[in-house]
Design a protein around this ligand. Structure first.
Ligand code: SF4
Length: 271
């Protein structure tokens, strides 16, 4: 496993634990608001490939942090696109660290394997939008206009082509084809696993309307923990059009948190 970066200390990424965070290269999604384009887009990754951090360097760093750090957050990109992720996590666990995995939920097969082998202590799944089964044609049109304006195009991760599609809001948000059944399977796996977990959404005011947010709450219904993160429109979004979009005010965000409390056991706004 090659790594794109190591954050040596975080008090925020792993709830309740002092941890470090490692970033894996590449992602199968192309979320418009993504601020990690250098870790996602193949052409940008190519430019930093020579600076990738070898696994051995990371494990030497971790050895020196024994007794100081409690856990390791594995994030991306999307970690589960790497076949050797389970072995990588296994080595971290063998050193006595807790492991938190961040994922977009698109690889339930690997998630099931990781859970079965008890390789993770905490899983955070990003829920980008609501379940597409509730979607009306009007919603699709509104979202597609929002994302690209006229002439909607989408990235197809299977063949790296850009193609025109009639897409759901989940796919529109992620800028790629999405297997919603896979995401649902990941949701169900984690909720039944007994492992600590959270679902979380980065809320974009222009995208996450009341209708969209209701669909998300329906999707995470019954969850242990749901975290809301506010979108901050700034330079560096994967789709530059989204740099002009905004998050919610403090009150609006808090109202959404209160709404979430009726659907999940615990809900919080995270920075
Ligand atoms: S925000 Fe989207 S594109 Fe960016 S790393 Fe996460 S899943 Fe991938």
């Amino acid at each position: 496993m090659k790594l794109t970066a190591i954050q040596r200390l975080t008090l925020l990424d792993y709830p309740g634990h002092i941890a470090c965070t490692v970033f894996t290269p590449g992602c199968n999604f192309r979320c418009h608001y993504c601020h990690n384009s250098e870790f996602v887009l193949p052409e940008k990754l190519e430019k930093i490939r020579r600076d990738f951090i070898p696994e051995e360097t990371f494990f030497r760093f971790l050895e020196r942090r024994k007794g100081k750090l409690e856990g390791v957050c594995v994030t991306g990109g999307e970690p589960t696109i790497h076949k050797d992720l389970p072995q990588f996590i296994e080595k971290i666990k063998a050193m006595g660290f807790l492991v938190k995995l961040d994922t977009n939920g698109s690889n339930p097969k690997m998630l099931a394997d990781i859970l079965e082998k008890k390789l993770v202590d905490y899983v955070a799944i990003d829920v980008k939008a609501g379940d597409m089964k509730h979607e009306t044609q009007n919603t699709k049109q509104r979202i597609q206009d929002l994302v690209y304006g006229s002439g909607f195009m989408i990235h197809d991760s299977s063949d790296e082509q850009i193609k025109e599609v009639t897409s759901s809001s989940y796919e529109s948000f992620c800028g790629t084809s999405v297997d919603m059944d896979a995401i649902k399977k990941s949701r169900d796996l984690i909720m039944d696993s007994g492992v600590d977990y959270e679902f979380r959404t980065t809320l974009v005011k222009e995208f996450h309307t009341d209708e969209e947010y209701s669909k998300i709450l329906d999707f995470v219904k019954g969850a242990k923990r749901y975290s809301l993160q506010n979108f901050r429109g700034s330079a560096g979004c994967l789709n530059t059009k989204w740099e002009t979009y905004s998050g919610f005010s403090k009150d609006e965000l808090d109202n959404r948190r209160k709404r979430a409390e009726k659907f999940v056991k615990y809900s919080e706004v995270i920075s």
